[in-house]
Design a protein around this ligand. Sequence first.
Ligand SMILES: Nc1nc2c(c(=O)[nH]1)N[C@H]1C(S)=C(S)[C@@H](COP(=O)(O)O)O[C@H]1N2
Ligand SMILES: [Mo]
Length: 213
Amino acid sequence: MAKDRYVAAKQAWAEKQRARGAAPRPTRSADRLPPGQKLTTGFPVLDLGVQPEIPLADWRLKIDGAVERPVTLTWEDFSALPQVEDVSDFHCVTTWSKYDCRWGGVAFVTLYELVQPRHEAKFVYFTSYDGYSTNVALEKCLDDDVLVATRFEGAPVSREHGGPARVIIPKLYAWKGAKFIHGISFLPEDKLGFWEVRGYSNTADPWTEDRYA
Ligand SMILES: Nc1nc2c(c(=O)[nH]1)N[C@H]1C(S)=C(S)[C@@H](COP(=O)(O)O)O[C@H]1N2
Ligand SMILES: [Mo]
């Protein structure tokens, strides 16, 4: 199952990379705003009251758990991985949505490929430099629009928006995307994150208004 998703995502990424610059982006459907959401043109900031300052020389991304090859990446290591760019919509559970966010960074599937999760890995647990955490089913992370982003609209992701690097999972409410990312663990069993233990939905689908558990 995860393998099929993985292959499909790799294929979709290849197609997107090929199409970039060649063809204009197809017009999206008119009903792209999920129920109960309002469109914003600004970019609100949501955090736990801490915006950690992480010098790039000190930044690390540890990827471990049920994987064949756990790694701890430096900024240099991370920057040497294949970089992609993707435009997606952003939906916050507090009812604002932002269209056409252009993120750049490393596709989640690239990290998946790097560490080689074992077959028992079914969930992903993300941890951040500000003490935040969140959890997502592995198959949701393998969609072709999921990335660990270091760039927003062509510039480095700002500290308030989760720089140096943050996770983007466009199809889920944005609390599932950890800012200030520090660790990614592949787990056989699910483990609830910061908001998930505080009553937020574990699945977080904006299209079904799956806000609270
Ligand atoms: N590390 C960390 N990541 C986080 C959060 C946080 O408080 N800390 N808030 C989440 C929530 S609730 C949302 S809506 C988005 C907000 O991202 P933004 O501040 O760039 O709008 O980040 C998510 N990721
Ligand atoms: Mo949020």
